[in-house]
Design a protein around this ligand. Structure first.
Ligand code: GLC
Length: 553
């Protein structure tokens, strides 16, 4: 099933969040030694590739998404030599490696930014970023009204009175991508890692890099349309920093770099855009290979929403011949076991939505049942799929982290109005019945960097391994079937007739997936055998919130 050079069309990619995967040296923070020790676990799980959230030197103002040096490893994680060993070991186990590249911004500790601060107004060093004089009599007001995605103004003033732009935290200054030196630098960074055997990159905040140099005030509620699509005379303006047409040039250049390798390296975009037509432009054959399908992730648990999202996804991808991706969780969103157990099962980044959702009553058993069904759906749909570390253990969002231990800048920058993303980043439980649950070695010098709930003692990898009813064994079995089943991965699907609130589809020559989102037990289509079920069938009927894989005649 997995064609060598087009492996990414069908791959299941496991996201490792290095700080929270496994701690080899006992300092309470995950590291490369911990990851290396668990590579066999990932091989046995049956994934095809590992994507690492940033592992570069970083002051960790945004958990590593503030990069101080794109060509090294943070000392808390290990060394460059160790990363090379890790890549080699993973390859020996048939696991490909994808790393995170963060092009929109760096860390305020990056040497370029330090140089820019020292060089002063109007310097070439400042032109690598967005430095501007302020407004008001003494320049005491920010250059425009843009707000940071993490809350607060998107501008910070420096000692000499100028301001610099940061779409995220102040410790994350935005690069000026109109400057050719920035472009050259990133192509060189890509080569640096591709030369070291990395198989692909996940591109952070990929649609935000280009800014309108006019830097005009922006009304976030005003209609925006890309310059090429705006109707003449329409009120819609091009967005000043999201999805600007010029962004595509960057990825065309990157594609040339990726394609100059044998085998070609893979580009994966993190692109949150409400407009599917615009989203898909990034996946034209000379741009990115794939992008995360956040519409699927955000969809509420109901058959109409799922059906609509799946249809829209597949229809949008078809003309550019890019494979769809299926994602349920990542390091930025509520863990889906928790989300699916709530009255509101949708996801949104909106600060107010996040605030309302946090701590809302959750039926954990229901969420778990749905999560089991959802993974069978995602792994059966055409394309590639993602697993965020810990979802294979059925971990829920940790919602009772004491405020003083929260580290996500979203929490501080919204004065606690948005609780932030720490709850999906808690270190994994591997074994034992008390924290650190095998995350750190025995006798570790420090507790895990975020507190682990005691309830996780029933969800450790150790407890679940070999238990046929566990989430871990469901994932392992599903990935085993996915590998051996020629119908799965890249390809096409066809909907089958099904009762109301039930999704059923066929993948040739003889595979079907059925997901029951109704509140009644439903009969299954004619089949030869059940390949896998997310939960027990009742008298041959599929209960609510369950899914099944069938061999059909
Ligand atoms: C992306 C990352 C997120 C990070 C942000 C800024 O959305 O996934 O974790 O905070 O970019 O780099």
């Amino acid at each position: 099933m997995f064609n060598e050079t087009r492996w990414w069309r069908s791959a299941t990619i496991y996201q490792v969040y290095p700080r929270s995967f496994a701690d080899g040296n006992g300092d309470g923070v995950g590291d490369l030694a911990g990851i290396r020790a668990h590579l066999p676990y990932l091989r046995d799980l049956g994934v095809d590739a590992i994507w690492f959230s940033p592992w570069y030197p970083s002051p960790m103002a945004d958990a590593g998404y503030d990069v101080a040096d794109y060509r090294d490893i943070d000392p808390a994680f290990g060394t460059l030599t160790e990363a090379a060993t890790l890549i080699e070991e993973a390859h020996t186990l048939d696991l490909r490696i994808i790393i995170d590249v963060v092009p929109n911004h760096c860390s305020d500790a990056h040497p370029w930014f330090r140089e820019a601060l020292a060089a002063g107004s109007g310097s070439a060093a400042r032109d690598l970023f967005w430095f501007r004089d302020g407004r008001g009599e003494d320049g005491e007001l920010p250059p425009n009204n843009w707000m940071s995605i993490f809350g607060g103004p998107a501008w910070t003033r420096v000692a000499d009175g100028q301001w610099y732009l940061h779409l995220f935290a102040p410790e994350q200054p935005d690069f000026n991508w109109a400057n050719p030196k920035v472009r050259e630098e990133f192509e060189d960074i890509l080569r640096f890692w591709f030369d070291r055997g990395v198989d692909g990159v996940r591109i952070d905040s990929a649609a935000l890099c280009m800014k309108d140099p006019a830097l005009l005030d922006f009304d976030p509620d005003a209609p925006t349309a890309p310059a090429t699509l705006a109707e003449p005379g329409s009120a819609a303006q091009p967005h000043p920093y999201s999805d600007r047409d010029e962004t595509h040039e960057i990825y065309r250049d990157w594609r040339r770099v990726a394609d100059s390798y044998d085998p070609p390296r893979v580009l994966i975009g993190e692109i949150w855009l409400p407009d599917t037509e615009r989203f898909i432009q990034y996946l034209r054959p000379d741009e990115l290979h794939t992008a995360f399908n956040f519409d699927f992730l955000a969809a509420p648990w109901d058959a109409t929403s799922f059906h609509t999202t799946i249809d829209a996804t597949l229809a949008a991808h078809a003309p550019v011949s890019a494979p769809a991706t299926w994602v349920l969780s990542n390091h930025d969103v509520f863990r889906h076991v928790t989300r699916y157990g709530r009255a509101d099962t949708s996801f949104s980044h909106d600060h107010e939505h996040r605030r309302r959702q946090t701590g809302a009553p959750t039926d954990f058993a229901l969420g778990t049942r749905r999560a089991r069904a959802a993974v069978l759906l995602g792994l059966a749909l055409p394309g590639s799929a993602y697993v965020y570390q810990g979802e294979e253990l059925g971990l829920g969002e940790v919602e009772d982290i004491p405020d003083e231990q929260r580290q996500d800048p979203l929490f501080a920058r919204t004065n606690g109005a948005n609780p932030g993303r720490d709850g999906c980043r808690v270190p994994l439980p591997w074994s034992g019945d008390a924290s650190p649950f095998g995350f750190s070695p025995p006798g570790a010098g420090a507790p895990p960097w975020l507190p682990q709930p005691l309830s996780w003692r029933t969800l450790t990898a150790e407890v679940q391994k070999g238990d046929p009813g566990s989430m871990l064994e469901l994932y392992r079995e599903a990935l085993r079937v996915r590998h051996s089943e020629p119908a799965l991965g890249d390809g096409t699907m066809r909907w089958l007739d099904a009762p109301a609130e039930v999704l059923a589809f066929y993948r040739g020559p003889s595979f079907a997936c059925v997901l029951n989102m109704s509140s009644a037990d439903v009969p299954l289509p004619t089949h030869d055998s059940v390949l896998l079920a997310s939960g027990p069938l009742v008298d041959g009927l599929l209960p609510p919130d369950s899914a099944v894989w069938l061999r059909i005649p």
